[in-house]
Design a protein around this ligand. Structure first.
Ligand code: GLA
Length: 755
């Protein structure tokens, strides 16, 4: 890992074994971009990569050089209005009404390591030791505004990643108003790409959407106060020929959980510009003299090993440099969650009964979901009153957690600390703490309101309530839920000229509560949740290593949700529960086997009334848990490969993925079929990541294959229903997937001589 700097040509080349990122200072003093991609041999200058030409009618900032126009110059942190007509990264409203900025090179510095953002008030990737990363900071100034801008770039030694953020400092004497401050820009030489995004809705989160780039702006965004189930703060650009396993792809992600904007603008010269950051809509930050504003962190990934290579880079980065320790390596406990087992209808005996049964089945953690606090018998009341309901739990949470601990299980609790119901003591006491616009009515969402976390007094009160709660019982896991988005955005605690700061201050308030709880209770495992996956983003992963992926636990729906989510998030972070059938969200019936075969490619838990299981299902679940624990390290710490996509129209009936151990000696493959197929061909799924020279055996059979056979020819998935089902059943010739619709198979490969 090195930074090469040519002071004469003002070039900066950040490079490690995988990537090169090259920046230069343009002739007008602004920062230009030369290259981001596969690692290049260093040479003294890369100026030959710079391209320009005279184009009639372009506007140019230097009179003597009409060939230099920002409209077609690759830039690092562009702004609109000084010969570039595209949307930029920065806009500052000055007291004279102008929005024009012109930040010019002042100097640079670089150092080992990576500082926290806003002294730790914003989540960000981190290094484990200083030598893990190098940071380059380029300082620019706009003397008319009286502001400096620092563009910060971090290169990790072992990752094909550049992380970026920008800091704006008011060094003048007038207040300035920042109305746009994105985290990154990446300009390309052409628009020969397809754009990928993960979009959806509640219970249909992170479905993969692919589109060709066209002229104009294509964007993803949120204005909901949360990153949202609708668009994840992630985009990728891939070349048209790029596949899952070959070709170039660029991935972009934002370590942020609030409103965001990600867009690709293609201009009239076929130049694609990617920008990502806080959504400028509803944003304006007032910066007084001497104050600094820092943007959230953007992550830029390059892969020449296709989309799966890009995903593995994100997974590796998140596990090693984002998810809090020790959870990045620690194997998560198998949990039983009380929600779909009992909803609001329980007492201490019922909970203890559930936990006792869960413990005999081999589970490690009992999670008491919604309904445990005073008067919480439906979703119409009580949010905000974080004290135990003595009617349901007369002995309190301390006694319950002790009893559960005596079973050898950990105890966990659900909270929704950002919310309040109108019917609650907290609301009666502080109706002004709810987000509301003066003289306007407040909209409802799940019968609740959102607390104004931009107000430190609110955050402090909730911290104290939770602190008391956590000191009363041995709580080792918290599910932090967030079940509605923000409407009528306005902060009663902020003056009128700071209302544009509200959304960002809200999310900073959420982060500060997370940080305070994590500092005081570092042993607690947090799982973030937002009605399922409504706030699944790298910002949350910094505090909570697991995320409840979706409220939809139907095995068939989950294949798409988990497959999509895997494009960026490690499967170790994907909360995945086995629930009852008919499924409570979609009423589909799938086998316990299929539900398990999907859930093990995530952080597995159960969420059903285990006291009502029949003997056969009990035995199955015991075996499933044993199996999961045996292979959990392979599943959660191995390399993940997508094999057959449920999003491809031509094979949407099938899906497959696999995990391979770091030493490539062991692999686990999940194969799923939605509807039975009559008289199919001799289909195969091509495996990935194996050692071509190694002989593997399919566990439970005598079949052996070399890695090269499995990767070049594939694993057979023939033998589906062939029309003589009854006969086959009688002969015991069960096809690979079993019979009927909604079937699955998990295959283990082991090195042949291990058996
Ligand atoms: C949300 C969560 C669920 C459950 C309920 C409880 O919907 O996503 O898992 O915790 O709230 O009210």
């Amino acid at each position: 890992m090195s930074i090469f700097i040519n002071d004469q040509t003002k070039e900066f080349h950040l490079t490690n074994a995988s990537i090169s990122y090259i920046i230069h200072i343009l002739r007008n003093g602004q920062v230009g971009h030369l290259y981001f991609g596969k690692a290049l041999r260093h040479r003294e200058s890369f100026q030959h990569l710079y391209r320009t030409s005279n184009r009639i009618l372009d506007v140019y900032p230097i009179q003597s050089d009409s060939s230099f126009s920002l409209e077609r110059t690759k830039q690092e942190y562009p702004s609109y209005g000084t010969s570039d007509f595209r949307e930029g990264t920065i806009e500052i409203k000055q007291e004279n009404g102008s929005i024009i900025t012109d930040f010019r090179f002042k100097g640079y510095t670089y150092y080992s390591g990576k500082p926290k953002l806003m002294n730790g008030q914003l989540p960000s990737t981190f290094c484990n030791k200083e030598s893990d990363a190098t940071t380059l900071e380029i300082e620019l100034e706009d003397t008319v505004i009286g502001a400096t801008l620092v563009l910060s770039y971090t290169l990790f030694e072992n990752e094909a990643v550049i992380t970026r953020n920008a800091r704006i400092m008011n060094v003048g004497s007038e207040t300035i108003r920042i109305s746009r401050a994105l985290s990154c820009c990446l300009d390309f030489d052409n628009d020969n790409f397809e754009m990928l995004q993960l979009s959806g809705a509640w219970s249909r989160e992170r479905h993969l959407i692919k589109r060709e780039l066209v002229h104009g702006i294509q964007s993803i965004s949120s204005t909901r106060g949360a990153s949202s189930a609708n668009h994840n703060p992630f985009m990728a650009l891939k070349r048209p020929e790029t596949t899952e396993h070959s070709g170039e792809a660029y991935g972009f992600s934002l370590v942020y959980s609030g409103n965001f904007l990600g867009q690709v603008e293609v201009n009239h010269y076929h130049l694609a510009r990617v920008t990502l950051g806080i959504n400028p809509m509803l944003f304006e930050w007032k910066l007084s003299p001497k104050e600094t504003f820092q943007t959230p962190e953007a992550i830029l990934v390059y892969s020449d090993l296709g989309l799966n290579g890009m995903s593995q880079t994100f997974h590796h980065l998140f596990l090693n440099h984002l998810i809090p320790k020790p959870w990045h390596k620690e194997l998560s406990p198998v949990l039983l969650n009380s929600w779909e087992a009992a909803y609001y209808d329980f007492n201490e005996d019922k909970l203890f009964e559930l936990a006792s049964k869960a413990s005999t089945l081999g589970m490690d953690l009992f999670v008491l979901d919604d309904g445990w606090f005073k008067n919480r018998n439906s979703d119409h009341q009580a949010l905000g009153d974080w004290i135990v309901d003595k009617k349901k739990l007369p002995n309190g949470l301390g006694v319950l957690s002790d009893k559960i601990n005596q079973l050898g299980m950990k105890f966990g609790l659900w909270i929704e600390p950002e919310m309040v119901n109108e019917k609650s003591d907290l609301y009666k006491l502080h109706p002004e703490w709810v987000i509301q616009t003066p003289e306007r009515s407040k909209s409802y969402g799940r019968n609740q309101f959102v607390l104004n976390y931009s107000n430190p007094e609110v955050v402090d009160t909730i911290f104290k309530l939770l602190d008391t709660l956590l000191s009363e019982a041995n709580i080792e896991y918290i599910k932090w839920d967030m079940n509605r988005n923000i409407s009528e955005p306005y902060a009663l605690n902020l003056p009128s000229d700071r209302q544009g700061e509200f959304f960002h201050r809200y999310i900073l308030g959420v982060y500060s509560l997370y940080q305070r709880l994590r500092d005081k209770y570092p042993y607690i495992l947090f799982e973030s949740c937002a009605a399922g996956g409504g706030r699944f983003d790298p910002g949350m992963l910094y505090y909570a290593p697991q995320v409840w992926t979706s409220d939809d636990t139907d095995a068939v729906e989950r294949i798409k949700i988990q497959y999509g989510t895997s494009y960026i998030y490690p499967i170790k972070s994907l909360g995945a529960h086995i629930t009852a059938v008919p499924n409570h969200q979609i009423l589909r019936k799938t086998s316990l086997k299929m539900r398990n075969d999907v859930a093990i490619f995530g952080t597995t838990g159960y969420e059903l009334d285990v006291t009502k299981l029949n003997v056969e299902d009990e035995a199955t679940i015991k075996e499933q848990i044993k199996f999961f624990k045996r292979y959990q390290a392979l599943l959660h710490l191995g390399d993940f490969y997508r094999l057959i996509s449920p999003f491809e129209a031509h094979n949407s009936n099938l899906a497959s993925w696999m995990c391979v151990s770091q030493d490539r000696g062991e692999a686990i493959i999940g194969i799923y079929q939605t509807l039975a197929v009559v008289n199919p061909g001799f289909d195969r799924v091509r495996l990935r990541g194996l050692d071509p020279e190694l002989l593997y055996r399919i566990k439970g059979s005598n079949e052996t294959y070399y890695g090269d056979e499995l990767m070049s020819i594939g694993l057979s998935i023939e033998g589906l229903y062939n029309g003589i089902c009854e006969e086959n059943m009688q002969n015991g010739n069960e096809p690979l997937f079993g019979f009927g619709d909604f079937t699955s198979k998990v295959v283990i490969l082991e090195t042949a001589d291990r058996l």
